[in-house]
Write a protein that binds this ligand. Structure first.
Ligand SMILES: Cc1ncc(COP(=O)(O)O)c(C=O)c1O
Length: 398
């Protein structure tokens, strides 16, 4: 009998990876697909980081490393946290993992008991809800919308807190909305959590360096929360290193130790060569590494926003970071091209994929079913062509 566990049956496939798979299949059939569904920079890893990896191979970094990462890497991450975020961590409070995705899984498995609730401001990154469920926790959504710039208020957060609330998890800059919580907003949110000492805050700062306001604020620097913020970061986005699989946390020692314990049984540590490359990335001036990428993203954001805003029925906010636009497309729900009725964002994404070969991701698995996520980590030509195709197809819906 082929019987899978209840745990795996509860888990949804990653929506972004599913869309990537479907667009690959269409491409293999020879269709001219423009994939704006991907969550990775379309830049290559900087040369000096690649050189560090080559040197690591020559120097025989081919052995297991300590489970939480090489000492020299964790020391350079501690320096990065201090330099960029004003966060103080010792080497032992840092755990390096196989991507920030594994860091998040380690945290949830370490802190959540069955039935514990985790507050997720909407929209949230798709994997948060599924990782929480994997750890037998319960995701609790706090709603937001395009008119609120996809941010939640302290009052909404307080209203969602119950006896079972164990954690608050968010990303700023946010995937998928690109919204950036300001220092003032985070201080107001911190005032709420001051009253609830049993709630832990997971601050996912993986898009830190792709922030067009140039003002990144780490909630972990707020004194009253110091002992219960886990700061998550990594090199995937800011350093164009998605395939290297390195993410990390800075956390109170007892949480870092728990994450270390899980990792020691599941993966040991991430790749030694990737760790040496990451050490080089951490020691570099992030401005020099990311400036070119950031200005290129900003240009593309403005280009795509202008095109989208000229399409009747699409409502966008102005994203301050990351490389996504998250428009409200609910105007099209209930409309039809004469063949099929578009009931929701999932239908709209399938309609666009199959009719004009543009791959987007539905907002539903991000907690905002009235939206779609468009990644602008693509060439300007592809963005212009995609916007043209989207406009033509959407105008057919009556
Ligand atoms: C908000 C957010 N957090 C974490 C991750 C995971 O990054 P990685 O596992 O590549 O470090 C992603 C990747 O898409 C993300 O968008």
């Amino acid at each position: 009998m082929q019987k899978l566990s209840e745990r795996i049956n509860r888990l949804a496939e990653s929506a972004t990876l599913a869309m990537a798979r479907m667009s690959r299949e269409l491409k293999a059939e020879g269709k001219d697909v423009i994939a704006l569904s991907l969550g990775e920079p379309d830049f290559n890893t900087p040369e000096f980081i690649k050189d560090a990896a080559k040197e690591a191979i020559t120097n025989n970094y081919s052995h297991y490393t300590p489970v939480p990462g090489l000492d020299e890497l964790r020391n350079s991450i501690a320096k990065k946290f201090k330099r960029d975020n004003k966060l103080e961590f010792t080497k032992d409070e840092i755990v390096v993992s196989t991507g920030a995705k594994q860091s998040l899984a380690n945290i949830c498995l370490s802190l959540l008991d069955p039935g514990d609730e985790v507050l997720l401001p909407c929209p949230y990154w798709v994997s948060y809800a599924e990782i929480i469920k994997l750890a037998e926790g319960i995701p609790v959504e706090i709603s937001s919308s395009v008119t609120k710039n996809f941010k939640v208020s302290p009052k909404q957060i307080e209203n969602a807190i119950t006896d079972k609330t164990r954690m608050f998890m968010f990303s700023s800059p946010c995937n998928p909305s690109g919204s950036v919580y300001t220092e003032d907003e985070l201080r107001e949110i911190a005032e709420i959590f001051k009253k609830y000492p049993n709630i832990y805050i997971v601050s996912d700062e993986i898009y830190e360096h792709i922030n067009f306001t140039d003002k990144h604020f780490s909630i972990g620097t707020i004194d009253s929360l110091k002992d219960r913020v886990i700061t998550v970061n990594g090199v995937s986005k800011g350093f164009a290193m998605t395939g290297w699989r390195v993410g990390f946390i800075g956390a109170p020692l007892w949480i870092a130790k728990a994450c270390n314990k899980i990792q020691g049984q599941v993966t040991s540590a991430t790749c030694a060569i990737a760790q040496k490359a990451t050490e080089e990335a951490m020691n570099a001036d992030p401005k020099i590494v990311t400036n070119e990428m950031k200005s290129s993203f900003l240009k593309r954001r403005d280009l795509l926003l202008e095109k989208l805003n000229s399409i009747k029925g699409i409502k966008c906010n102005i994203p301050d970071g990351a490389f996504y636009i998250f428009p409200d497309v609910s105007y099209f729900f209930g409309k039809s091209d004469g063949d099929k009725v578009i009931k929701n964002a999932d239908d709209l994404c399938m309609y666009l994929l199959n009719s004009c070969y543009v791959a987007l991701v539905s907002g539903a698995p991000f907690g905002n079913p009235e939206c779609v996520r468009i990644s602008y980590a693509a060439s300007e030509n592809n963005l212009l062509e995609a916007a043209k195709r989207i406009q033509i197809q959407l105008e057919k819906l009556k």
